[in-house]
Design a protein around this ligand. Structure first.
Ligand code: MG
Length: 457
């Protein structure tokens, strides 16, 4: 049982991640390759982001796949959504070596299913059970796998996005792209150029030491992007995280666009074109629901994690529901007409189409959104589960939602309290129409938590 528990903690909602050479070793990558090859025998695509530890981990993982008889297709360096797109089109599965937004010393693995989505919980537990076995059988000389490189496949992903936006909507528009020295250096500038944009880049050379900024596209890290947007009179700037499944923006004034506002703006644009449902986790600002409702659309909430959003979108579509759009309030947006995963390159292209169709400046469009304020805080405690159970009773007189953690809905505000699955802490989020309400609500929740902690002590 103990081994299983450790293994269950290995994969989080977005794969396995840790410090390369310490937590994420070549031995672990080899074993993941063997487990995946045992579970999904067939043609498996392997890709990686630009991290310096990418080659060693990719080679170890490929060795595991080969040892179990898989036909390995090396897709080289490319964005996670690009690997997802080409797995969906061509292969029986995939493995992406990436640590997404984490600092340069980190790395990890995301497993991709044949339909291009990230591996779900049940399948991941099955994979972890294989990983926990002492040794997995490997093939003899006449049954080992083969390897070939298909580095050109990334172009199919670029073409796949371009064909979604006919008529060169970016004509006459300058856009600055900050791929953060990541794999989108070879995709997003090409996509936006094909849409007709004049494209300038910053941190546009692939480099796993990330000399310009960290892989997390934070407002501080994007100061260079903001300056270049202003200096070049660009329509906006777009930046990606380390594997380019997320896109964040700075507006024409060089101001960072909060990701829930980005989501709301794109949702508003798409809801004007198509009516139906928007799918998003309970942690997304009510702003999205406000703009969707105004356009005659609805919001379906899911647990926190893009895989739950993607799977819910598919289920709704299979049940005959019109699904407009989905995603998370962190710049990870999912366009169902393209593919069922977060896609930073697609999001950048969608913003070009949106600004072009509006005929307005991005800052003007943002100003026209309803005002909304979000505040987040972490509290260190090992008693996360107990605190949430007690809070449920404490707030039972108010409308609550238990899709993920505890969401307390009060007038036009909400509070969300969740226990971390991997760290001894709880996360509190407040979403309100103005800062004062959010601050008051936050201090009230914190007081309740501290009271519970006192009782537990
Ligand atoms: Mg990412």
């Amino acid at each position: 049982m103990a081994v299983k528990k450790i293994q269950k903690q290995l994969f989080g909602t977005n794969g396995v991640r840790g410090i390369a050479g310490k937590e994420i070793t070549p031995e672990l990558a080899l074993n993941i390759g063997k487990a995946l090859g045992t579970m999904r025998p067939g043609e498996i695509a392997v890709g990686r982001d630009t991290r310096t530890t990418g080659p060693v981990l990719a080679n170890a993982l490929k060795a595991g796949l080969l040892a179990t008889g898989c036909r390995v297709v090396d897709c080289g360096i490319l964005p996670t959504p690009a690997l997802q797109y080409i797995v969906k089109e061509h292969y029986d599965g995939g493995a992406m070596i990436t640590a997404s937004h984490n600092p340069p010393e980190y790395n990890g693995v995301k497993i991709i299913e044949p339909d291009g989505t990230e591996m779900g919980d049940e399948e991941t537990i099955e994979l972890e059970e294989l990983l926990s076995k002492e040794s997995l059988p490997v093939k003899l000389w006449n049954e080992v796998g083969t390897e070939r490189a298909e580095l050109h496949r990334v172009e199919e992903y670029v073409e796949g996005i371009i064909k979604q936006f006919p008529g060169k909507p970016g004509t006459g528009m300058t856009v600055v792209v900050d791929p953060g020295s990541g794999p989108a250096c070879q995709t997003t500038p090409a996509i936006l150029q094909a849409l007709g944009c004049r494209v300038l880049t910053i941190n546009g050379v692939m480099d796993g030491t990330f000399p310009g900024r960290l892989p997390e596209p934070s407002p501080e890290g994007l100061a260079g992007l903001a300056a270049l947007v202003k200096a070049s009179d660009a329509a906006f700037g777009v930046a990606h995280d380390g594997d380019a499944d997320r896109a964040v923006f700075v507006d024409d004034r060089g101001v960072f666009v909060e990701e829930n506002h980005e989501f709301a703006l794109i949702a508003q644009h798409l809801c004007k074109i198509t009516k139906g449902t928007i799918v998003t986790p309970v942690s997304t600002s009510q702003l999205v629901e406000q703009v969707a409702n105004k356009e005659g659309c609805f919001v379906q909430y899911t647990p926190v994690g893009s895989i739950y959003v993607a799977r819910t979108m598919r289920e709704l579509i299979d049940a005959g529901t019109s699904v407009v759009f989905g995603g998370e309030g962190n710049g990870g947006l999912i366009f169902p007409g393209h593919q069922f995963c977060r896609d930073g390159g697609m999001t950048a292209a969608a913003m070009v189409a949106l600004v072009s169709a509006s005929g307005k400046r991005l800052s003007t469009l943002l100003n026209q959104l309803p005002k909304r304020y979000m505040v987040k805080e972490k509290l260190a405690t090992p008693h996360g589960k107990v605190i949430i159970e007690k809070l449920e009773k404490y707030y039972s007189g108010e409308p609550i939602d238990q899709t993920d953690g505890l969401k307390i809905k009060r007038h036009t505000s909400w509070a969300l309290i969740r226990a971390s699955g991997t760290e001894p802490l709880i996360r509190i989020m407040i979403d309100a129409p103005e800062k004062e309400t959010a601050d008051v609500f936050l201090s009230e929740i914190k007081k309740s938590v501290l009271k519970i902690l006192d009782e537990l002590a």
